[in-house]
Design a protein around this ligand. Structure first.
Ligand SMILES: [Zn+2]
Length: 476
């Protein structure tokens, strides 16, 4: 063989190897283009607006839930009225799609409520535009109440710049930026009260939602999202924690039995939501990375997402990476040369803006993308080296189809995906349900992807849906 032939053959073999390798990579990682609306939203979020809002909220002296409700300058009532007016201003650019209300109720005496007290949530709802999607609701919240050392001290200064003017200001800025855009599903931007009194405002909202049978598909709480210099001396401006539960708070004994039988303690709807936020946040917001924490909240502590979890709504909590406890729930004072108190000088406004961007990008994708697939099952009775998946058809007019995702059982995030078209069953040939975790997500014609639905086991073959086709394909 002439050396030139050998060289040609080698090059040809290399080419074949290279192109085969690329095909298999393409099958596993479908390239995703950025959505322009989401990029514009991320760009429009402005740290200067967030700083102004935080300083304004601090200017009310205290926002303790038990503080003055009718003084125009000091107390929680002044903060409530200012927030209401600001959300109304945000709504002006929505063309009538955003409505703002004060949701009030009288809280009776409780452990941290010495006398009956009116609790008011300020709620701005941006209605979705698509009839098949607008009843799907996404809630993003911060709590505007604050406290000093004592939950029940209504008189002390409680600036609450970080806990939680930071989260409240982020939500207000998201409302301002997102009200201009049209989305298929509905977003509720909310500032709640009574958090420090045991999550009272968020519990009231979640309970109302449950009683009215609202279809809340996800909830984010933003609480303590502005400090970048931890009490441990570590400065970190490049990460935000997203807390999500593994086993659902409201799991029934029957569901627990199923989970013990097939796995899934790392695959609750809230965990899928956290993975979704990590994927979208890391794609659209380069300044900050999402650190998923596999816990409902910080160790032994809680937040406004918990009442939602208790009622079966997927929910997560956003919090800065390193807290500084000298600036939370402290009377404002100097002790041995150390400044205590939750003051604006300890808030990193640019960082709050970045956390707001991760929220906004994730929310925007949730309301642009189709709903996550429902009724997703794995046929569990068939002893097979293949995995049979089945789900119900989505209703969106712009639906393009579905994607199967999978990962090794020890992987933290979905590592592989395959587009399978507009079908409602699919068999992953040569891939055993014993050795991988699988999920299904929906895609629209613009490439927007829903969060992943984790399948439950289906014990009997149900009659095939005659309106959809069955497709199979072999795994790489
Ligand atoms: Zn808080």
């Amino acid at each position: 063989m002439k050396p030139t032939t050998l060289l040609a053959r080698t090059l040809f073999c290399l080419f074949v190897f290279w192109s085969t390798a690329n095909i298999s990579i393409a099958q596993q990682h479908t390239p995703v283009a950025r959505n322009r609306t989401i990029s514009a939203i991320v760009r429009d979020i402005d740290a200067r607006n967030i700083e102004q809002s935080i300083r304004k909220l601090v200017s009310f002296g205290t926002r303790n839930t038990l503080s003055e409700q009718n003084d125009p300058k000091r107390g929680i009532g002044a903060a409530r009225d200012w927030l209401y007016a600001e959300f109304l201003k945000a709504a002006e650019s929505s063309g009538g799609r955003m409505t703002v209300e004060k949701q009030s109720y009288e809280q009776g005496k409780a452990q941290r409520v010495p006398q009956p007290t009116i609790i008011t949530n300020v709620v701005a709802t941006l209605k979705g535009t698509q009839p098949e999607s607008s009843d799907r609701i996404y809630v993003v919240s911060g709590h505007y109440d604050s406290m000093c050392n004592s939950t029940t001290d209504a008189k002390c200064d409680a600036p609450g710049a970080n806990d939680d003017a930071s989260g409240t200001a982020a939500v207000l800025e998201m409302a301002r930026v997102m009200a201009k855009h049209q989305f298929e599903a509905t977003i509720v931007f909310m500032a709640v009260a009574g958090e420090e009194q045991s999550l009272l405002g968020s519990t009231h909202f979640a309970e109302q939602a449950k009683q009215k049978n609202w279809n809340i598909d996800a909830m984010f709480t933003n609480d303590i999202i502005g400090n970048t210099l931890g009490g441990n001396g570590v400065r970190d401006r490049g990460m935000v924690r997203v807390f999500s539960e593994g086993v659902p708070t409201n799991e029934t004994p029957a569901e627990a039995n199923t989970r013990r039988s097939v796995g899934g303690e790392n695959d609750s709807p809230s965990r899928q939501l956290a993975r979704f936020i990590k994927e979208i946040g890391d794609r659209y917001v380069s300044q900050i990375k999402v650190l998923m924490v596999y816990r409902r909240d910080r160790y032994g502590r809680g937040g406004d997402h918990i009442p939602f979890l208790e009622r079966g709504y997927p929910a997560v909590r956003f919090t800065e990476l390193h807290e500084d406890f000298r600036h939370q729930h402290q009377n404002v004072r100097v002790e041995n040369g150390v400044q205590f108190g939750d003051l604006p000088e300890f808030v990193d406004f640019a960082y709050v803006a970045n956390v707001a961007r991760v929220n906004a990008a994730s929310l925007a994708m949730l309301v642009l993308a189709p709903a996550r697939p429902k009724g997703v099952t794995i046929l569990s009775t068939r002893l097979s080296h293949d995995t049979d998946l089945r789900w119900e058809a989505n209703k969106e007019a712009d639906l393009a189809g579905y994607e199967i995702v999978w990962r090794d059982t020890t992987a933290a995030v979905w590592t592989n995906s395959r587009t399978v078209g507009k079908v409602t069953t699919f068999t992953m040939k040569g891939m055993s349900k014993d050795n991988y975790f699988f999920g299904v997500r929906a895609i629209d014609k613009d490439g927007n992807r829903s969060p992943v639905t984790y399948p439950r086991p289906q014990t009997r073959q149900q009659p095939a849906d005659r309106t959809t086709s069955t497709t199979t394909s072999s795994a790489p």
